[in-house]
Design a protein around this ligand. Sequence first.
Ligand code: NAP
Length: 250
Amino acid sequence: MFSLEGMNALVTGASGGIGSAIAIALAKQGARVALSGSNGQKLRAFREQLHQEHGGEHVEITCDLSNTEQVEELIPATLDTLGGIDILVNNAGITRDNLAMRMKDDEWSDVITINLEAAFRLMRASARPMMKKRFGRIINITSVVGATGNPGQMNYAAAKAGLTGMTKSFAQEVASRSITANCIAPGFIRTAMTSALDEKQQDAINGRIPMGKMGEGGDIGAAAAFLASREAGYITGETLHVNGGMAMLG
Ligand code: NAP
């Protein structure tokens, strides 16, 4: 069950905390993965580690998602190197937090460009090869704050809520071709960023989570592997909330 044997996947932000866990989960189920990010060195190191620990002939494709030309080249490069694309995971994301009154134009536009616009371009470009194949899985990584809002994150919450609406629209356009498009909305996940918080800050966060702890990258990886599988073929336009019960959004 949930085998991804024979499938080709592109994961953006594959060198990051959550992206690397998603890449590992897909690879463990048998997918061949194109690992993308803006830092080629980090990607190469991760590809070698992935190969050593889990086998498989994965590839890395460097792409700066803030650069439109590079984004437009990413799906063609994936098709060239893997020979096809069955699974697209739009995971890469940045934060540029500031209170509304102080938020600078570039803090707004950087987050919208990387977190939302790049995902639109990659979904648009992957639609044709997926439609031709009559199979596809789009998985967009959003956030609990896209549903709840968060002070200091107008830009980030707008991008994540935008991704959710975009996913539902796309899902309706391509459903008849057996292509699904879904979101995974993580709550607090333990990454380098959250590990840098002191014990008091971590305790305060954990106190807001019914499970009493932050999630792990693997929790998001498992959700991605499920949504990517053939068995999840009747689930589309949905958001899977993976947040330890922090926000039960239905
Ligand atoms: P992370 O460790 O900071 O990783 C971010 C990834 O995005 C890196 O691989 C980075 O690669 C890539 N990236 C950043 N800017 C890029 C650019 N201009 N072009 C291409 N790639 C770029 O973040 P994370 O915590 O794993 O988050 C992954 C996703 O989960 C994000 O969408 C985030 O919003 C979402 N999320 C995270 C949490 C959490 O608690 N961690 C909660 C909710 C949602 P390079 O360094 O190579 O550029």
